[in-house]
Design a protein around this ligand. Sequence first.
Ligand code: GDP
Ligand code: IMO
Ligand code: MG
Length: 427
Amino acid sequence: MPALVLLGAQWGDEGKGKATDLLGGSVDYVVRYQGGNNAGHTVVVGDQKYALHLLPSGILSPGCTPVIGNGVVVDPSVLLSELSGLNERGVDTSKLLISGNAHIITPYNVTVDKVTERFLGKRKIGTTGRGIGPTYADKINRVGIRVQDLYDESILTQKVEAALDVKNQVLTKLYNRRAIAVDQVVEELLGYAGKLAPYVADTVLVLNRALEEDKVVLFEGGQGTLLDIDHGTYPFVTSSNPTAGGACTGAGVGPTKISRVIGILKAYTTRVGAGPFPTELFDEDGEALRRIGGERGVTTGRDRRCGWFDAVIARYATRVNGLTDFFLTKLDVLTGWEQIPVCVAYEIDGERVEELPYSQTDFHHAKPVYEMLPGWSEDISKAKSFSDLPKNAQAYVKALEEMSGAPISAIGVGPGRDETIEINSFL
Ligand code: GDP
Ligand code: IMO
Ligand code: MG
């Protein structure tokens, strides 16, 4: 019953795409369980680079069936263009399965996302503008449109009418925008129905049968633990549950089925958009991390905010996800620093705090307490085993492992599939 969850342990962009792709060759199904095309996963295979937003990274492994679970929000136009882009590059996408219960990001959800952010002004979240929050809001408000609705024109029309009833009032009276016509939306959505039809399936049944047959299923999280709507730095979060429990609700698989939960952990920290970030750097070290690490958003092209590793966050991720392993990425980026600061605790109003404070006021005031670890200057990108790493790099990894509360079972030393040191097998 090998069901693995692979998720971001920080604020996203930890290298989940690479890690999923690496395992993709040995698993039968890779399942996205939440989020949508706010995700940006870069996968490098040989000299080819792929940027995936909505499709599970397993789509690049020929033996693997990619699945978009019920917890995902799907923008059909983005999905179809991502599929055709991959087809043009010779990638077979015919095995893809999409849950009929997944919600659709409609054009009005994208509009509402953008106008809301503009309206918030200085208080904005810095969303990706892809309609994610408004689509999940419609789902919770029970006025969402699901993939299966595309196959019943009458129901679709009624649901779009219900959704636009209130939204058009808000758009015209509050935001001073033009009303959106029901017919136009229905026509656009019906235009996707035929193209998506070959992929639509009862994914809950498929996945549970696969697990009964001892197939290997990998659940791939988008975003990260600190962007989780319940466990993240609310309100500066995304509108879904990237944490491990989200895999169960977002794919329809019971928690007793999950055998391993792998947290992807960058050897330093980054964040995109607004919100607190205790170890953020505003100096040349931050610039250097951004430059060497190529820290620019795959989805929005925005520069990522950069800072040192934060062990308080890693411990928190271990706890809320029940992590069994870490996959430490981008260790190579830290090559060349004489000393590397690591945040081991926070100082909040003069007191040392070892764990993430539940109060947002305290978190906003948290100042990092750093421990200095000795750096290394040797190129580590060709390292194949832990013992190939310079002693100080080994010590850095061991120190992070000790502070973070779960074994580091793999280490990324470059963006490529094979630029990875495997310590404990995941399967
Ligand atoms: P995701 O959203 O978690 O999938 O991560 P992104 O793809 O947005 O960002 C991670 C970036 O780091 C991508 O450009 C990857 O190709 C790259 N990457 C992943 N692992 C490593 C690594 O170990 N070393 C280096 N140098 N780059 C890596
Ligand atoms: P991957 O899967 C990093 C951030 C946005 C914003 C907040 C809310 O590549 O790790 P949203 O559009 O989701 O409502 O925006 O969440 N965000 C991400 N940051 N990586 C991501 O995905 C993100 N997806 C959303 O920048 O701060
Ligand atoms: Mg990303």
